[in-house]
Design a protein around this ligand. Structure first.
Ligand SMILES: Cc1ncc(COP(=O)(O)O)c(C=O)c1O
Length: 409
């Protein structure tokens, strides 16, 4: 029988389909519309792309030859991931100074998938997960798809957007007054787009809160290998700390080896023994439901990770070149300031607020043929910021910066 809302109208679609997707799905924002309608013949200088493989950063053929292991003809699924692949991830953590047994490591198809597994593991439908602001915009979609509510805690601007456990505690208190339990707290370490990390003291304070309140900690460390200046007491891997909390550190090949197309993520779990064992057993069950990681990439993983520094070098050079261009374009006396870019693949410009961020990015597109992201995409608490991708091809990046500088002079 057809549902009562047939024939479907845009409104009745909402009755027929789940509410896990945004209501505004398909309603483009002004920037996307302007981009789609763009007819100017001048080439577009896109300063937002984060796909290294379309920005001239493609690894040589011998890297992809590693995926041709004849063993991949067999399908021998292992829900947690092949042991030798997990052991290779354990060696990766050892290189960060963290002893990590393969039994605490799981493989997934990407960090995004790891998030979805952890939300399923830690939060029931309608339960609350705390995420930082400003931070990575995909967290809203990942939470929505798991029917999990997001609440944001602040990364204080007055302390350079650094993580403060006190901001999490404030939010916990506020939610407790409203009768809401927090199932998990996400930290993005280093954060996207601000590049800020987490200090040992603040990490310990967060894990203490987690143990006392009984929430899980999800530490997104996909940019852990892209740190240019860590605070002296900075912590790279939260799951490497001694604590009574359940903690998951997330990483993946898209950032660590600049190989997003291989689709492999990993997590390292830590926590008090009985809780950790129960969490790993349940994660294995979730992973077994999907068995999403391909065999060729798992077989190639030990050799790929062994070449990490070599594979990362061209991207690291690219980031350094583009950071140099930022420094020389927006030096002393410029009305634009560049937030310290201590880590990650993004740069944030603080720009004079003569118009809204939206008006600014539209005018850059329409008058300068430059595409930049507005800060509000990342939930900055006020305007005006622009977010640029340091992965951009350097000639495009330098020319784009020159035009932004002229437009804002
Ligand atoms: C902070 C952060 N976490 C996770 C991801 C997703 O990574 P993956 O490709 O492993 O899903 C990204 C991608 O840009 C990111 O910026």
């Amino acid at each position: 029988m057809l549902p009562t809302c047939y024939p479907y109208t845009p409104a009745s679609v909402f009755q027929a389909l789940s509410t896990r997707m945004p209501k505004a799905l398909g309603q483009e924002n002004r920037l996307t519309k302007a981009l789609a309608a763009r007819t100017r013949p001048e080439p577009l200088l896109d300063l937002t792309g984060t796909n290294p493989t379309t920005a001239g950063l493609v690894h040589p053929d011998d890297v992809f030859a590693l995926l041709g292991d004849p063993g991949s003809r067999l399908y021998e699924p292992e829900p947690r991931g092949r042991l030798e692949a997990r052991e290779a991830v354990a060696r990766y953590y050892a290189s960060h100074g963290v002893p990590a047994q393969a039994s605490r490591i799981l493989l997934s198809a990407s960090s995004s998938e790891t998030y979805s597994w952890l939300f399923k593991l830690l939060a029931g439908p309608g339960e609350t997960v705390l995420v930082p602001a400003p931070s990575y915009p995909l967290l809203d979609a990942l939470a929505g798809l798991e029917a999990v509510r997001l609440e944001r805690y602040r990364l204080p601007e007055e302390d350079g957007w650094a993580f403060h456990a006190g901001a999490v505690e404030e939010k916990l208190d506020e939610l407790a007054h409203r009768g809401q339990r927090v199932a998990a707290v996400v930290v993005v370490n280093p954060n996207n787009p601000t590049g800020t990390g987490i200090s040992r003291g603040e990490a310990t304070a967060l894990l203490d809160l987690a143990a006392r309140h009984g929430f899980g900690v999800i530490s997104d460390e996909v940019f852990a290998d892209d740190v240019r200046a860590r605070p002296r007491d900075g912590v790279a891997v939260l799951a490497g700390l001694e604590s009574d909390a359940l903690v998951f550190s997330l990483g993946g090949l898209s950032k660590t080896l600049v190989l997003p197309q291989l689709k492999l993520g990993f997590l390292l779990a830590s926590g008090p023994a009985p809780l950790l064992a129960a969490a790993l057993e349940r994660l294995e069950w979730i992973a077994d439901t999907f068995l999403s990681v391909g065999t060729p990439v798992q077989r190639a993983l030990p050799q790929l990770l062994a070449r990490r520094l070599q594979l990362k070098a061209p991207l690291t050079r690219r980031l350094a070149t583009n950071l140099g261009a930022l420094r020389s374009t927006f030096g002393a006396g410029s009305p634009v300031s560049v937030l310290p870019c201590h880590a990650g693949w993004s740069a944030v410009l603080r720009v004079p607020r003569r118009e809204s961020e939206e008006e600014l990015v539209l005018s850059l597109l329409e008058k300068q043929d430059v595409l930049a992201q507005p800060g509000y995409f990342y939930e900055f608490p006020h305007e005006a910021f622009l977010v640029l991708s340091l992965v951009t091809e350097p000639a495009t990046f330098a020319e784009g910066l020159a035009r932004i500088s002229n437009a804002l002079a």
